[in-house]
Design a protein around this ligand. Sequence first.
Ligand SMILES: NC(=O)c1ccc[n+]([C@@H]2O[C@H](COP(=O)([O-])OP(=O)(O)OC[C@H]3O[C@@H](n4cnc5c(N)ncnc54)[C@H](O)[C@@H]3O)[C@@H](O)[C@H]2O)c1
Length: 333
Amino acid sequence: MGVIGYGYWGPNIVRNFSSVDGIQVVAVSDRSPDMLKKAKKAYPALEVSTDPNSILDSGTIDAVAVITPVFTHFDLAKKALENGKHVFVEKPFTLTVGQAEELVDLADKKHLKIMVDHTFLFTGAVKKIKELMDAGALGKLYYYDSMRVNLGLFQHDINVVWDLAPHDLSVMDYLIKEKPVAISATGEVHYNGFEDIAYVTVYCEKNVIAHFNVNWLSPVKVRTTLLGGDKKMLLWNDLEADEKVKIYDKGVEVKSRENVYDLLVSYRSGDAWIPRVDQIEALKLEANYFVDCVTNDKTPINDGHAGLRIVRMLEAASESIKGKGKLVEFQGN
Ligand SMILES: NC(=O)c1ccc[n+]([C@@H]2O[C@H](COP(=O)([O-])OP(=O)(O)OC[C@H]3O[C@@H](n4cnc5c(N)ncnc54)[C@H](O)[C@@H]3O)[C@@H](O)[C@H]2O)c1
């Protein structure tokens, strides 16, 4: 594997891919010679270059990891695929739906894998929630509600929705069966020309509603997600060290519906329980999974189609923000 981009996130990719069997990171490229110095110091055997073509045109590299800012993803991933290499690409997959579709088609034609780094799908918490939801533990789902706020890190090329929401949108996409059908989003710009606070509402089939609060201007860091169903409700607090996921036997029961004045609502407040959640580093599991998908010809859960679904929601959110919350319906899936 060759890794392009050794800024903030790239070193985590190199470290994790270097630790799994079946793959060897042999080269790193970054535009910045300073970043390459760091890479060389940490991994003296690596070949380093400021020119990404040293990786993209290599005759011996089979897979390329694209760990650069989003506006570069399309060109780098396209060239890698054209040159017959599997691609591991950062979130968000691309800047536009059209670019994502082109990459997906190209990978299909060339029988190559695309894996989009939707890291949270590989966390112990999300794996556990998926297991619970697939077993029907929450019952009929009503809502998905997440808050991902902190102070900074301001990005220079994208707004807070494109920076932070891919995490939550990809988790929602993975966990819930009901397909998103429309988006309404609002946000405001205060500093560098990009929205630094935004509220995104996603309407799904079967009256499931999802809401995402993303903010670079929060005095405190919050990472909570609530999932409410008719049987149980779930809280995922990613900042909790040990008790990340809690399931509450709480809910509402309506006894009579004959006319609105007879509506008898009773509230159920039963036990809460805390399932055990694996603590293995998500990126390590994801790196192993990449090798498994490539060598055993499996379709990744976070393939190009998954990346495309997230970009479609991001693009719709941007359009909606421009229209101050205008409802944007989806075409396709
Ligand atoms: N999955 C996650 O949890 C997670 C976390 C952080 C960042 N990311 C993603 O990783 C990507 C990179 O983010 P970052 O925070 O590391 O950014 P960064 O700016 O810190 O690093 C990007 C690096 O890429 C290099 N670069 C840019 N264009 C290049 C090119 N054409 N060829 C070679 N090198 C090039 C830059 O010199 C820089 O060192 C983004 O898409 C971001 O969304 C994902």
